[in-house]
Design a protein around this ligand. Structure first.
Ligand code: ATP
Ligand code: AH0
Length: 410
């Protein structure tokens, strides 16, 4: 058996998630979470990343120094987070076989074979501080093979969640939202996946703007629950050029970050739209763009034909699964758009999903577990991408390996 620490820092910039798992060396779905640990970024680090990705106040000459410096600093923070998670799990670092670290995306500009993407968090620092073999930079090999380097989790969704009898959409609502489509009894060539647009990113930015930074997000969807849809803003948001791109597609802050949100919010504000209605509209837009995108995938000719009696399970994870208003809107969209099918919405934020035949991985743990398993696939020299999802020309073994030091030096 292998003990692996998976580390994820997502586009929301909320911090570091570490999952320590036990699994075998095979492509199996046998995963036990030994411990899970979340740590917020120190405010100073969050501010530095935020400045960098939003191009704020950075003297051009300083940009490279800041990239190099944050790469090292994040490596230190990731190593520290693994150390804390291991001791919480009652493990010595030397008992870990492997670390898989996604890093912090600071730039991602998709564009087919012209995609550029950068994740920071040095594997050398992590391996040096922990002594554990460390895999980082999971996206670049896929990009080298002509893909967009994202999303990568669909491969792990395939390994963990495919079912012989249910059709499944797995939807992760982080900063960006993305889905994996697993038709019943699928093989890996049948899997489809794509980013759908913003997850919490525009809602967070809208709340931050309208509260002058006093709140970072719409806790439990409380603000959105009080507002009403503003149709003009809603229609305007759907005119974003992202929605004209072909599937599969990936996105990021470059498309839906603070600058874009600020522009949209200011336009609505100038028309006298109330704060709560703006947040409501951003939430409705997020829900609709998400459900519309997997409806479009289902309608595409490559998809298998579903029988009306088939059950469609929609499994939701990520921080957005805690936003009750967003989930209600997604449920409403699903029942309207998929009224011909039996649908079941399963939120991994609900503690009680045990009646379903799915692994016990909670909403906030799923991506960290996925990067632990992607590290396993890498070290075992197995495929780490799905060309049908990323657009790569071929499957690749993903990730850069930095060995931990167990050699005898003379
Ligand atoms: N109780 C809550 N109510 C509403 N929203 C919440 C709640 N808890 C978390 N969130 C949202 O979830 C976000 C964090 O989600 P998550 O950690 O899944 O994103 P991420 O991993 O950073 O992003 P990505 O998956 O795109 O890389 C927060 O920024 C916030 O918007
Ligand atoms: C470039 C990048 O960091 N993309 C993230 C982001 O966050 C969600 C979505 O956009 C997805 O494409 C991806 O992350 C997940 C973990 C993935 O690769 O599956």
């Amino acid at each position: 058996m292998l003990k692996i620490a998976g580390i994820m820092s997502g586009t929301s910039l909320d911090g570091i998630d570490v999952a320590i798992i036990e699994t075998d060396r095979f492509e199996s779905s046998k995963v036990e979470i030994i411990d899970y640990f979340q740590k917020e970024y120190p405010a100073e680090i969050r501010e530095r990343i935020d400045k960098m990705i939003n191009n704020r106040h950075l003297d051009a000459g300083m940009v490279l120094e800041e990239v190099a410096s944050l790469n090292l600093k994040l490596g230190e923070l990731y190593a520290e987070a693994v150390r804390t998670a291991s001791s919480k799990a009652g493990l010595q670092l030397s008992e870990l076989d492997l670390i898989g670290c996604h890093g912090q995306t600071v730039f991602h500009k998709p564009g087919g074979s012209k995609t550029v993407s950068l994740q920071l968090g040095s594997g050398s620092v992590i391996a040096e501080r922990t002594g554990v073999d460390t895999i980082t930079n999971f996206r670049l090999k896929d990009i080298a093979a002509g893909g967009e380097g994202a999303p990568l989790v669909p491969l792990i969704d395939f390994l963990l969640y495919r079912s012989s009898h249910s059709h499944r959409f797995l939807v992760n609502i982080g900063g960006i939202a993305n889905y994996t489509w697993l038709p019943a009894d699928c093989n890996r060539r049948d899997v489809r996946g794509s980013d759908t647009g913003p997850g919490n990113m525009m809602i967070d930015a809208g709340v931050q703007l309208l509260t002058d930074g006093k709140s970072n997000y719409d806790k439990d969807g409380a603000i959105a629950s009080q507002g009403e849809l503003d149709q003009i803003l809603y229609d305007r948001l759907f005119k974003h050029e992202f929605f004209d791109r072909a599937y599969p597609r990936s996105t990021g802050r470059y498309d839906f970050g603070r600058q874009y949100t600020e522009k949209m919010v200011k336009e609505a504000y100038a028309r006298g739209v109330k704060d709560i209605d703006i947040i409501r509209t951003l939430t409705e837009f997020t829900a609709s763009s998400l459900v519309e995108s997997f409806q479009e995938e289902l309608a595409s000719e490559e998809m298998i034909t579903l029988k009306k009696s088939d059950c469609l399970e929609v499994i939701i994870s990520g921080g957005g699964s805690h936003n009750t208003t967003l989930l209600e809107l997604i449920e409403k969209e699903i029942s309207e758009r998929f009224h011909n099918y039996r649908t079941d919405l399963i939120s991994l934020a609900d503690k009680d999903y045990s009646q379903y035949d799915i692994p016990a991985i909670d909403a906030d743990q799923k991506e960290a577990v996925a990067f632990a398993l992607l590290a396993r696939e890498s070290i075992m020299k197995r495929q780490g991408n799905l060309p049908s999802v990323t657009g790569a020309k071929n499957p690749v073994i993903t990730g850069d390996l930095t060995p931990g030091d167990t050699a005898d030096f003379e």
